[in-house]
Write a protein that binds this ligand. Structure first.
Ligand code: NAD
Ligand code: ZN
Length: 342
């Protein structure tokens, strides 16, 4: 079968000679409908965070059940499902709570399909346990694939700040890409706060307004923080969601977050934060670096999508175009999310 394989630093090739896996025990074989292309793939390809492993890329996967192992119950051929991405041990307390993104054994396990283990940029994908599937019912797997990360990750990040996201408060979203464009919609639907979106191109800022941002600021402007504070006033932002994580965006976040606010850094941009510098962080701010979300939160995300409250803006590509898509992403030229279709 065909697959997009990672062979090491900056080496991605489409191969045609992989064997179609056969599921055993609790394993499930999926026929892939779509695999989302996440910026985290670039941290693997360009940044080398996956070490020496050789594997099939793609950690935002959806498709139809093709075959099941002999002990699988509750799934049959043709069922449309999403693959929950962070694969935990399944037994520890966080996993029992469905928070496999914070599995106690993560350091021993690798991070899941497409992140060191075989993922879904392929015709078929072997999922190690039926526990990791979430039904999507009437949603189209091609359109739904990015829900499992581009929507789940911001959803989980927003939920932890929900009690602060009141209608008289402001929330700043930095980076209106795959995750950020869904974050704006989730904030619009489940919080009352006024949304200020930042990106570095005018078309992304225009896009943010279409999705529900009340204000936009180009974070390349040297006075971006002043522009944001002029909109909000003295109390500053209650919550900042940084979907870039570069030193410049972390600095911006520290300048605009208010006392007792949340500064949530989702982007893996490798930026630095120096405590006590940059005119100081206001008192009481909680800084956090959330990772992905839980399986039950993914069910909630699917609920939002099935009600039509959030959608993923997708650009479709063939598997063969993987490298072309990664190049577009490096240049910030994907609107919403790219999805590879086998
Ligand atoms: P993306 O490439 O789709 O979007 C990034 C966006 O940020 C683009 O619109 C780009 O123009 C914008 N941007 C770049 N520099 C900027 C700046 N200085 N100020 C404002 N905007 C800027 O990326 P994505 O797939 O949405 O991922 C975003 C980040 O989140 C990546 O670092 C990714 O690895 C990370 N991520 C983290 C988790 C997690 O669980 N913590 C999960 C998924 C992705
Ligand atoms: Zn991802």
């Amino acid at each position: 079968m065909k697959a997009v394989r990672y062979f090491g630093h900056k080496e991605v090739r489409v191969v045609n000679d992989l064997e179609k896996p056969v599921p055993k025990g609790d394993e499930v074989l999926l026929k892939i409908g779509g695999a989302g292309v996440c910026h985290s793939d670039l941290h693997i390809i360009d940044g080398g965070i996956a070490g020496d492993a050789v594997f099939t890329l793609g950690h935002e996967n959806a498709g139809w059940v093709e075959a099941v192992g002999e002990t699988v119950k509750g799934y049959k051929k043709g069922d449309a499902v999403l693959v929950y991405g962070p694969w935990g041990c399944g037994h520890c307390k966080p996993c029992q709570q469905s928070k496999e993104n914070y599995c106690d054994h993560q350091s021993e396990l690798g991070y899941g399909g497409g992140l060191g283990l075989n993922g879904g940029m392929a015709e078929y994908m072997l999922v190690p346990s039926s526990r990791l599937l979430v039904p999507i019912y009437d949603l189209d797997p091609v359109v739904a694939a990015p829900l499992t990360d581009a929507a789940l990750t911001p959803y989980s990040a927003i939920k932890r700040s929900l009690t602060k996201l009141m209608p008289d408060e402001y929330v700043v979203v930095i980076g209106v890409g795959g995750l950020g464009h869904v974050a704006i919609q989730i904030l619009r639907e489940i919080s009352g706060s006024e949304i200020i979106a930042c990106d570095v191109t005018e078309d992304k800022l225009e896009f943010a307004k279409e999705l529900g941002a009340a204000h936009t600021v180009n974070s390349k402007d040297s006075d971006a923080a002043e522009q944001i504070l002029k909109i909000i006033g003295i109390k500053k932002a209650k919550v900042v969601l940084d979907f870039v994580g570069a030193t410049s965006t972390i600095e911006l976040g520290t300048k605009v977050v208010g006392m007792d606010g949340d500064l949530t850094i989702v982007g893996l941009g490798g930026g630095y934060y120096q405590y006590g510098s940059m005119n100081g962080l206001p008192f009481g701010v909680t800084m956090t670096n959330p990772y992905w979300g839980s399986r039950t939160e993914l069910m909630e995300v699917i609920g939002l999508a099935r009600q039509g409250k959030i959608h993923i803006e997708i650009e479709k590509f063939d598997l063969e175009q993987a490298n072309e898509v990664y190049d577009k992403m490096r240049q910030g030229k994907i609107k919403g999310r790219a999805v590879l279709i086998p």
